[in-house]
Design a protein around this ligand. Structure first.
Ligand code: SF4
Ligand code: MG
Length: 328
């Protein structure tokens, strides 16, 4: 399969100011050396608890924030060193959908305006062509033309997210980043929207980067999954591998807090209960950043950062004890 997006050693550090003179006294390592690739037509998910860096990763990829360092390639073109016009084109090719569509839809504009604007700015075509495109976009997301001249507040949360999706797909982007797109919605509406995303993907060959803390949603929609903890990817693999044979203690802990439909997998999973909270990213633990909560930790875990260990071609994990065969 074709590699569409390649991310290498991405970092986003935010300076911490403090002290008597308000100087920089440290940094929050929101994203700390993250690498992965996304293949054309797949759904690649970033999963983890809030504050793990998954949203910041998405914002860096959408170039809504500038990464501190690292490399990003889209279709082999280098984005980290792109000039202004290349960056503009890139931004058009990578769209983002947020959790709260209300805050990203201008309340003063009609749906017609909201959907026409990006088409107009990017020189989509004549007035009539844009009008027709807006109509067909509304149809694609299951909203009729009668909605054209209404305002965002006249819609339900689920309908607003449909409008957000229509806007995101309007310019045929290469990648759509979906940051907790259904987390604010009722469960029944969630599955409708997930099915819509899947249908659109199938029809138009879309590629998604799906960001979520909700493992059942992730299992439902993803082809591959990366699990993040304190700014790092700790495990990555196909959805099947991650959900049926998770290796990293953190992945196993996350999964053991989720009710499981498949009784076969249930047998394979030993329950791991996590103690304590996620440490502050201002002051992450040395060595393996999960060691303060890991039931398996040994001396080496406190001293040395585990490197990425390849279990097979599609499955990697960063854990000393998995690597040396001491667990599982
Ligand atoms: Fe636990 Fe050590 Fe593995 Fe980290 S490296 S997950 S502390 S066993
Ligand atoms: Mg978030």
């Amino acid at each position: 399969t074709e590699e569409l997006l390649k991310v290498e050693n991405l970092k986003k550090y935010y300076p911490i100011r403090g002290g008597v003179f308000g100087g920089i006294t440290g940094s929050v390592k929101a994203v700390d050396d993250v690498s992965f690739t996304v293949r054309k037509g797949e759904t690649f998910s970033l999963v983890g608890e809030s504050g793990c860096g998954k949203s910041t990763t998405g914002m860096c990829l959408a170039r809504l924030v500038d990464p501190s360092s690292g490399k990003i390639y889209l279709n082999n073109a280098n984005i980290h060193e792109a000039n202004k016009s290349a960056l503009k084109q890139y931004r058009r090719n990578i769209q983002i959908i947020f959790q709260d569509p209300y805050s990203s839809l201008n309340p003063k504009l009609t749906i017609r305006k909201i959907l026409s604007e990006p088409l107009l700015i990017n020189g989509y075509g004549s007035k009539l062509e844009i009008e027709n495109r807006v109509l067909s976009l509304l149809e694609m997301v299951g909203l009729g033309s009668q909605h054209m001249d209404r305002y965002p507040h006249e819609f339900s949360g689920g309908q607003r997210q449909r409008i957000g999706i229509a806007r995101a797909i309007s310019l045929n982007p290469d990648i759509i980043i979906c940051d907790e797109p259904v987390s604010a919605l009722d469960v029944s509406i969630q599955s409708q929207l997930l099915n819509l995303l899947k249908d659109l993907q199938e029809e138009f060959g879309l590629t998604y980067i799906f960001i979520s803390h909700d493992l059942s949603v992730v299992e439902h929609i993803s082809d591959r999954v990366a699990v993040m903890y304190l700014g790092k990817i700790v495990e990555m693999g196909t959805t099947k591998e991650i959900f049926e044979s998770p290796k990293h203690p953190y992945t196993r802990a996350l999964l053991s807090s989720v009710p499981i439909a498949n009784p076969k997998t249930k047998l394979m999973r030993k329950r791991i209960i996590l103690e304590g909270d996620v440490p502050s990213p201002k002051n992450p633990p040395p060595g393996c950043s999960f060691h303060t909560r890991c039931p398996f930790k040994t001396e080496i875990c406190e001293k040395s950062i585990p490197s990425e260990f390849q279990i097979n071609k599609e499955h990697s994990v960063s854990c000393h004890l998995v690597e040396n065969g001491a667990i599982f």
